[in-house]
Design a binder for this molecule. Structure first.
Ligand SMILES: NC(=O)c1ccc[n+]([C@@H]2O[C@H](COP(=O)([O-])OP(=O)(O)OC[C@H]3O[C@@H](n4cnc5c(N)ncnc54)[C@H](O)[C@@H]3O)[C@@H](O)[C@H]2O)c1
Length: 289
């Protein structure tokens, strides 16, 4: 596993590309909407000369506008909102080159709750975290693929899904952990399926560690003595996956502004250690079923 250097020149190919991003402005009242991985990604993309179409619950604050930026009010948990976001991008630019499925919220469910309803039965836990972090991420990626496939008038492209370090670690925010494991699973499955379908669309995931944002305000991390990274670091991990056309099926970890690809370099070899190389893979077996 080698550490990666992401130079500005590595991202130059994003000039003039059209990118759809879910989530730009933090919904956290603590940060006043001034930070976030989506915002940092958008700012770097605009500086590179890319065209960015953003879907988020709320409009950017006054003063954040750019001729290459358009915003569409979108609740990612609502399919028709996502459909409208992608249609708007297609109408405005005629093409979509990359999709960044990034919207997310923190854990919300309490699986140890003893709260009961009027019959004395346990209340169902909330699924809101899975709705935003997993289901909406999958829906965003699925729409992206629909618009980028050549047999639908697209030109191919790439999808980046936002997983997390919680995608492969033990973390007690259970619904968040389950969602992010799901995001990683979606990336792995789709990477295999896209390859088998011969579609010229790549899919990759990012796995940021603590990153200062609306979800994880710097003030909060400072209190517990955790050093996070600026959102620009997580943004760059997503941008290199978009810009480098050779990267597919990868998981880009970022922590303290340092980057490591860990799917091919760690997880793939760990899996081989578990299942061995003599057996057909799960995917090969599935072809025979
Ligand atoms: N900050 C971290 O330490 C960290 C680490 C790993 C992964 N992540 C992931 O990064 C992504 C971005 O989060 P962030 O840390 O930049 O926080 P953030 O709060 O700044 O960004 C989250 C964004 O999601 C948007 N959003 C939430 N619900 C939505 C909905 N229903 N429809 C549309 N937009 C919605 C919010 O408005 C906000 O813009 C999330 O998926 C998060 O899980 C964050």
């Amino acid at each position: 596993m080698t550490e990666l250097l992401i130079k500005d020149s590595d991202l130059e190919s994003l000039n003039d590309k059209v990118i759809v991003i879910t989530a730009l402005i933090s919904s956290s009242p603590r940060t006043g909407g001034s930070s976030g991985i989506g915002l940092a990604t958008t700012q770097i993309l605009l500086s590179l000369g890319a065209k960015v179409v953003v879907g988020d619950l709320q409009c950017p604050k006054d003063g954040f506008s750019h001729p290459n930026l358009s915003f569409h009010r979108t609740d990612v948990t609502i399919w028709k909102d996502l459909v409208a976001l992608f249609n708007a991008a297609k109408v405005q630019h005629g093409r979509i080159d990359h999709v960044f499925a990034n919207a997310g919220i923190s854990y919300a469910a309490d699986y140890l709750s003893t709260e009961t309803d009027e019959n004395g039965d346990l209340k169902e836990p909330t699924w809101i975290c899975e709705e935003v972090c997993l289901k909406a991420c999958i829906n965003t990626a699925t729409l992206g693929i629909f618009h980028m496939r050549p047999d639908r008038g697209g030109h191919g492209g790439s999808i980046i899904v936002t997983a997390s370090i919680a995608a492969f670690t033990h973390y007690r925010g259970v619904d968040y952990t389950a969602s992010k494991h799901g995001v990683l699973g979606f990336m792995r499955g789709m990477h295999t399926l896209l390859g088998a379908a011969g579609l010229p669309i790549r899919i990759n995931a990012i796995a940021p560690s603590w990153t200062y944002s609306g979800l994880v305000p710097r003030e909060l991390l400072d209190v517990v003595g955790v050093q996070g990274q600026p959102p620009e670091a997580a943004a760059r991990s997503a941008l290199i996956l978009m810009a480098d056309g050779t990267r597919t099926g990868q998981l880009m970890h970022s922590a303290h502004e340092r980057f490591k690809e860990i799917e091919e370099s760690i997880f793939a070899s760990a899996v081989l250690q578990v299942i061995g190389t003599d057996e057909p893979t799960e995917d090969e077996y599935s072809l025979w079923l």
